[in-house]
Design a binder for this molecule. Sequence first.
Ligand code: 48H
Length: 250
Amino acid sequence: MKEVEISRAIVEAYFNDLLENLSLDVAIVGAGPSGMVAGYYMTKNGAKVAIFEKKLSIGGGIWGGAMGFNRIVVQEEAKEILDEFGINYRPFKNGLYVADAIETATTIASKAVKAGVKFFNMIEVEDLIVKENRVAGIVINWTPVMMTGLHVDPLTIEAKFVVDSTGHGAQISQHLLKRGLMEGIPGEGPMWAEKGEELTVEHTGEVFPGLYVTGMAANALAGAPRMGPIFGGMFLSGRKAALEILQKLG
Ligand code: 48H
């Protein structure tokens, strides 16, 4: 066993994957619940999808449940998505169900990978490609480069659709805002769980030609209330974006 063979195996495998994913049907930015669910449904239905996550770990805000108490709540309307993934849950009351946050994060991630979603972690999306008033891909860089502020130029990925699943900050839509290509992003409002869940799903959609928003990013763009540790809206939002994009991809 030669050390350099181990290196060769990794470099070859990784860069073959990267080369294969330079051109995508859908580039999803952010591996939180809404992004992973969107990726799962799209890939399962034949789309070529990769998720780019700036952190080392995927799963976004699922892991900690609420205040680090690692359970999440899901409402009746989204229970079928827990069933689709085979995630265990227990009924609480009034149409609410409780699931284990660790089981939720690992199971969604695993099912997404097995369905064919390619995850690229430790890669931050720092900008968008926009051509003739349509988003045409993403601009990527290594997270350590972004964190250290090194002056290193990025690479690009072309995609028929880009999904902003970056959570509270709506990081990807912000790039269009700062170029004057999008109107103000009000940010999320104070807590109102029921309304926030409803509006997250309602406002999931195409916000600029070629750019979709899901989850808390959709909330931020709509100025809708936050909802705390209930995740049904995130799952339903991811599925809604997936089904709409699949329809457009034909
Ligand atoms: C690459 C990026 C970039 C970038 C960010 O926050 P998330 O879990 O996102 P959602 O919207 O799917 O789920 C939100 C949910 O977790 C939550 O916070 C809820 C329900 N809050 C309610 C409340 O009241 O507080 O995941 C977003 C992911 C993260 O992993 C980021 O690291 C990643 O996106 N990300 N990845 N390039 N520029 N920006």
